[in-house]
Design a protein around this ligand. Structure first.
Ligand SMILES: [Zn+2]
Length: 79
């Protein structure tokens, strides 16, 4: 009896439903951070001051590498 070919995994599918892109862009080159957050994160940060600095991100674009702040607004306005 022949065994069937293994089924390839389905294309990228987030385990916890839709993830949201941060509303932020690199001040030097304008590319957007390769970070996605769950809707629960957006809800959890809803009461934060929009200008509160929550994280920093280093741009991944080649030859950029700028480090910039991710403020609460970037999470609150994620879409
Ligand atoms: Zn950049």
């Amino acid at each position: 009896m022949m065994t069937s070919q293994p089924v390839p995994p389905p294309p990228e599918e987030p385990a916890n439903g839709r993830l949201l892109r941060l509303s932020a862009s690199c001040p030097r080159c304008g590319s957007r951070p390769a970070v996605r957050v769950a809707p629960g994160v957006v809800q959890a940060l809803a009461a934060h001051a929009p200008d509160a600095r929550l994280a920093t991100y280093q741009c991944q674009r080649r030859r950029c590498g700028a480090i910039f702040d991710l403020v609460a607004r970037a999470f609150q306005q994620a879409s």
